[in-house]
Design a protein around this ligand. Structure first.
Ligand code: GLU
Length: 514
């Protein structure tokens, strides 16, 4: 590519940033970095009515958590500052005026009642569209139908007005989307969209195009929901005389519900209890259901990897990519046209893979944080040993403690089914022999426990296999888990002996009561 690649992520701070928005940011970032270009964050806050406090910070925090670094933006500054549209208000007017002067835009004075009336009349007449367009504009109050004296009089007397684009009556508007190929729209289906509102603020369309031009954006990579607006943007580039520097467009596929039927929504997340937001969003109490991947225990690298593959593939079997590797492998050509089904099991799978690739010492320090918070005693060595045992058994790092509680607490309940099935005189005898031997023994490694247990089962002429499950329940309360000898090694001889003795009583009681 000849000139420097410059892309932008241009969110409106109107609330929580949906995972689809994060993916848009990620693809922009990957594309920019792949081509040695710049990733720009532009805050599109011209719609003051929809402004939500905290949303801008949330967007920035989410990008930071994902490792998406911003080259130019509201905090970073840059040659094209300011990067917030509300601070660029003075800029847009000039371009709307330029279009008025050229006859490609016009003033319109219609009140909202008059607009409603127009739509009602069109509905009654069973018109194909309810647009303000090359036909309907002739019956409305605008600078195309009113004399210039009348227009001036209205403006000078302070009457509210908007500025609309004058879409041509019959023309094919074409654009070559990097993902979709040629997109053809007939201008008769388009609306004379408002460019400047009566409050003097530009609409999204005008501000977006003006800023992309002034900020020298080379590629507009955004969600598919903006594809219908793209022909209008093409017209704006043409009317402003900027066609030669029009960016290339790439409209990303939708994120779909898990079953593929329709767009992924907040309601799906609430219904299935999975997160669809990068981080938790909690501005009001009712937001409690807006869970974040971060708080749910996803590692940011796993989340980013998962996100990258929602609508893109590398063309190889490999699915595990670090951010660096994604930058290397990413191409817009491999973004699919079809919507991408959101599959939370896949997200969990990525998290597992990333946990498996963590250093034991990293897991250990996470566990130490968790135990400190819960007030459990734990040292580095114990944390390392537990982490090594649980690394392959957890989906989320917080499960180090939740699935390993028994390393810190004597079980208070036991898996009943196993107790009922496996607790008998032989088991009791083996338990007694084994625990007596341990009570007086020094601490030992897993193999030591193994040989002591073998001795105990031999004494009572049974097989180790017959005793293992009930022994695990006695020591951990649970019927499954990591290598029991290693669990015992972590707990130590005295603790194991005590737990077995406690379990003998508990199991006797449970089975006597039946
Ligand atoms: N402000 C728009 C949004 O909220 C930006 C769309 C675009 O990238 O052009 O998504």
């Amino acid at each position: 590519m000849s000139s420097e690649v410059r892309v932008r992520f241009a969110p409106s701070p109107t609330g929580v940033l949906h995972i689809g928005g994060v993916r848009t940011a990620l693809y922009n970032f990957l594309f920019a970095k792949k081509h040695g270009g710049k990733f720009i964050l532009r805050i599109e806050d011209t719609d003051q009515a929809r402004f939500v406090d905290g949303a801008e910070q949330y967007i920035k925090d989410s990008l930071a958590w994902c490792g998406i670094e911003i080259d130019e933006g509201t905090d970073q500054g840059g040659d094209y500052a300011p990067y917030k549209q509300s601070e660029r208000k003075h800029i847009y007017k000039k371009y709307a005026q330029q279009m008025i002067d050229a006859g490609t835009a016009y003033y319109a004075f219609d009140t909202s009642e008059e607009l409603d009336e127009m739509r009602e009349a069109l509905k009654k007449a069973k018109a194909n569209s309810l647009n303000y367009n090359s036909i309907t504009r002739n019956n409305m109050k605008n600078s195309l139908t009113l004399s210039s004296e009348e227009v001036n009089r209205r403006i000078n007397s302070g009457e509210p007005y908007v500025i609309r684009i004058k879409v041509p009556a019959k023309e094919d508007i074409r654009l070559n989307d990097m993902i979709r190929g040629w997109v053809n729209v007939h201008s008769s289906t388009m609306d004379d969209k408002v460019l400047m509102k009566s409050d003097g603020m530009p609409t999204y369309h005008l501000a977006n195009v003006v800023d992309d031009y002034l900020m020298k954006i080379t590629h507009v990579i955004r969600g598919e929901e903006w594809l219908p607006s793209a022909p209008l943007h093409v017209l704006l580039y043409r009317y402003l005389g900027w066609e030669d520097s029009m960016p290339q467009f790439a409209h990303l596929p939708l994120l779909l519900k898990p079953d593929g039927n329709g767009k992924l929504s907040k309601r799906d997340a609430a219904k299935h209890g999975f997160p669809i937001f990068p981080m938790q969003w909690k501005v009001t109490e009712e937001d409690a259901s807006l869970k974040g991947f971060k708080e749910e225990g996803y590692l940011s690298a796993a989340f980013v990897n998962f996100l990258a593959l929602l609508g893109w593939n590398s063309g190889t079997e490999n699915e595990i990519f670090s951010l660096e590797e994604l930058i290397e492998a990413f191409t817009i050509e491999r973004v699919s046209k079809a919507g991408a089904k959101f599959d939370i099991d896949k997200a969990i799978w990525f998290n597992q893979q990333y946990i498996r690739n963590l250093e034991i010492s990293e897991l250990a320090s996470l566990l130490l944080d968790q135990t400190a918070k819960e007030g459990f005693d734990c040292d580095q060595q114990k944390a390392q040993a537990i982490s090594a045992l649980l690394q392959k058994r957890i989906d989320f790092t917080h499960e180090l403690l939740s699935k390993g509680k028994y390393f810190f607490e004597v079980p208070s309940t036991y898996v009943e089914k196993v107790v009922r099935k496996k607790w008998d005189d032989i088991a009791r005898n083996v338990f007694n022999t084994f625990s007596n031997q341990l009570a007086n023994a020094d601490n030992m490694v897993a193999e030591g426990f193994q040989s002591k247990l073998e001795l105990a089962v031999e004494t009572h002429e049974v097989k180790v296999g017959m005793i293992m499950q009930i022994l695990r329940v006695a020591i951990t309360g649970e019927s499954g888990g990591p290598d029991l000898m290693r669990v015992m090694e972590v707990l130590g001889t005295k603790e194991v002996a005590d737990r077995i003795k406690k379990a003998i009583n508990a199991f006797d009681q449970a089975t006597n009561n039946e």
